[in-house]
Design a protein around this ligand. Structure first.
Ligand code: SF4
Length: 477
């Protein structure tokens, strides 16, 4: 219903009347919001520049030879693109979600821009029911993460083309088919939509809606909110792409500061779902951990040796075959980098097993804590408490992805001795932030201090497990 209404509205008019923000920060943010509102054309131009850069980083490495050991970031386009995509782009886009909300999505994301462009000139169909399924944020994230590992997306241009390019083509097809001037792909199917949604809940800025001002203002033409946010009832930053189009709308909406705990603590009770809890526990903290871990894990090596011996003893040869296309499993004989069926099976198994063990243990620990938040079991309380783990989940994705940055910079000869300490500081900070959120969340449900401590203890157990898993990867193995 909301989407059907939103499909009919047009780009927004000028603000109905100026808002009167109080603090200096509020005035500054309102000015940023007004700038975004007034410079839609410039933003669209910037989006096309980013689209060109994105396409160049994806396509130019395809026509270059793969880098040898003498290649450097500044003299080889493939290494340069690898550094830009995985060393800079992804880690810092994730960080931007926590700092500024989803402004990346609304202002710079090439995939969102292309999807909206296709939607502007497309069929404008109604959004199908299957697309609204709540499990897509988890399934799309999990599928892309696993597939990316199997084809070594961090290393090879062909794999980048299939993973990122495939996602972009899908975004354009969905845009062409559904909605008018909308970002249906971004709202429902984008593989990182769920993670961005969760991380932006921590942002200290959001588009604030003044309900009283809304009601008091006269009716004006609607605003084209591309990601289909129900403006009047917008709470928090998780769905909003901060494009600025609704800044000043009905004198009721403006970009505003807020406490980084506000959305999770105050509004998180009604905003958790089982799929988002699964994305935190099994996705960001489980599956992603498995994907970062397997290349460094002695357990993976032991499993591979054991499985290979067992297969040889039982005369099972087909699992050692490696004549597999590169878009199914990594296949670059010139680089001595070839996966056989056994490798593929073990990588998949390792990632899924890590997701099951980590996710299962985290789920149980948080569930144990949630039991103390009130009488009887209530899923909504559990999903609320689970959101306390968003900081450690985001921190893990950042330090996991930036491990590529560090490796590439080390290969350039840069001294990276400070990295270990920085990682410890980031993990410690995220752990404390998660504990603080757990404490604040518990206070929304119970007043008893022992009950609150017990609830926080459940989250602390989950955090201990996550920190131990990172310690294994960076300091123990
Ligand atoms: S609510 Fe919609 S229109 Fe308003 S800033 Fe967010 S994405 Fe843009």
């Amino acid at each position: 219903m909301i989407e059907q209404i939103a499909v009919r509205v047009v780009h927004g008019p000028a603000p109905a009347r100026p808002l009167a923000p109080r603090s200096r920060t509020a005035r500054m943010l309102a000015a940023v919001g007004a700038f975004l509102h007034d410079h839609g054309r410039a933003i669209r131009t910037a989006q096309w520049v980013v689209v060109l850069v994105y396409l160049a980083l994806m396509i130019l490495p395809l026509v270059a030879p793969l880098p040898d050991r003498h290649a450097r970031i500044l003299n080889h386009v493939t290494l340069f693109a690898q550094f830009m995509f995985w060393g800079i782009w992804w880690p810092f886009v994730l960080l931007s979600m926590v700092l500024f909300g989803r402004i990346w999505c609304g202002v710079l994301c090439p995939e969102g821009a292309l999807s909206e462009f296709a939607s502007r000139h497309g069929r404008g169909g109604a959004i199908p029911k299957w697309m609204r399924w709540g499990g897509w944020p988890f399934v799309a994230f999990a599928g892309t993460t696993i597939y990316g590992q199997l084809v070594s997306v961090y290393q090879y241009p062909g794999a980048v083309l299939v993973v990122l390019g495939g996602s972009t083509v899908a975004a354009m097809v969905v845009g062409y088919l559904y909605g008018r001037d909308k970002r249906v792909w971004c709202k429902y199917l984008c593989p990182v939509n769920g993670v961005f949604n969760l991380l932006s809940r921590l942002a200290p800025v959001h588009m604030k809606v003044d309900a009283a001002a809304w009601v008091a203002s006269p009716r004006v033409p609607g605003v084209n909110c591309a990601p289909l946010v129900p403006l009047r009832h917008m709470v928090g930053a998780s769905d909003c792409h901060v494009c600025g189009r609704c800044e000043g709308y009905r004198g009721a909406i403006t970009l505003s500061p807020r406490s980084p705990t506000e959305e999770v603590v105050t509004h998180g009770h009604g905003h958790g779902t089982a799929w988002y809890s699964a994305l935190i526990a099994f996705g960001m903290l489980g599956l992603a951990m498995g994907a970062f871990h397997w290349t460094a894990s002695p357990w993976f090596v032991a499993a591979k040796i054991g499985a290979a011996q067992w297969l040889a003893e039982h005369d099972i040869a087909w699992l050692f075959r490696d004549d597999i296309p590169w878009f199914i499993l990594t296949h670059y004989p010139d680089q001595n980098d070839v996966f056989n069926w056994l490798d593929g099976t073990l990588i998949l198994g390792y990632i899924l097993a890590t997701a099951a063990v980590m996710g299962g243990a985290i789920w149980l620990a948080v569930a144990a804590g949630a039991r103390f938040l009130g009488k009887g079991w209530m899923g909504a309380r559990f999903h609320h408490l689970m959101q306390a783990l968003i900081p450690i989940g985001g921190c893990g994705l950042f330090i996991g992805l930036s491990a590529s940055t560090v490796t590439l910079l080390r290969a350039e000869g840069l001294r990276m001795g400070w990295v270990g300490g920085t990682r410890i500081a980031m993990l410690a900070g995220a752990t404390l932030w998660s504990l603080w959120l757990a404490w604040r969340i518990s206070g929304r449900h119970v007043q008893s201090v022992p009950a609150r401590i017990a609830a926080v203890a459940g989250v602390a157990a989950a955090l201990a497990l996550v920190d131990y898993a990172w310690a294994l990867m960076f300091w123990i193995w």
